[in-house]
Design a protein around this ligand. Structure first.
Ligand SMILES: [Zn+2]
Ligand SMILES: [Zn+2]
Length: 183
């Protein structure tokens, strides 16, 4: 018996390889080749599955809030609004505290004027100069009550923007590396 050096089947390494798969270039015996085709057929099923999923997604209309980029915008908006709300709350608290402080001081001053007016009236001891002085002082207190001078609201121009502005930029490139009908 002469042994001709046959190329072995890549898969089983027992039988002679009689068929070469063009795809992977492996040599198969006839039995292993059938198995190889069955394996490829299973992989095709995976491709078809991915294909169908993508098809469904492509056919779905773009709804608001469905895409993650839209969610990203929503998150930015929520974060920014939260920041504004927090700062507004903090400023309101500060203002209420300063208004209270101002009012306490005004109440003190008012009590002093009030005493002088009452005393003047009780003692019948006043003239035009007192009346005018009291009136001026009362007006000043009233103005201070309406327009307190112990604080002001100002824009903080020295710090970098506190809410980062965002924008959407279109990118131009080939969307997917899909070859168009190459075979
Ligand atoms: Zn084989
Ligand atoms: Zn193959």
């Amino acid at each position: 018996m002469t042994t001709t050096s046959k190329v072995q089947c890549t898969k089983c390494a027992k039988n002679a390889g009689i068929t070469t798969c063009d795809g992977c270039l492996a040599k198969f015996c006839s039995r292993c080749f059938i198995v190889h085709r069955q394996d490829l057929s299973k992989e095709l099923d995976n491709v078809v599955y991915e294909h169908d999923i993508l098809k469904q997604e492509l056919e779905m209309p773009n709804k608001n809030n469905s895409h993650h980029s839209l969610k990203q915008i929503d998150e930015w908006k929520k974060d920014s609004v939260d920041k504004i709300n927090q700062l507004a709350d903090q400023c309101r608290t500060d203002i209420v505290r300063l208004l209270d402080k101002n009012k306490n001081q005004l109440t003190d001053s008012f009590r002093k004027i009030s005493n002088r007016v009452r005393k003047g009236r009780d003692d019948e001891d006043y003239d035009e100069r007192d009346l005018s002085k009291w009136m001026t002082e009362l007006k000043e207190l009233k103005d201070e009550l309406i327009q307190p001078s112990n604080f002001r609201i100002e824009e903080d121009k020295h710090r970098p923007p506190w809410i980062q502005k965002i924008r959407v930029t279109e990118e131009f490139h080939n969307q997917a590396k899909v070859e168009d009908g190459k075979w």
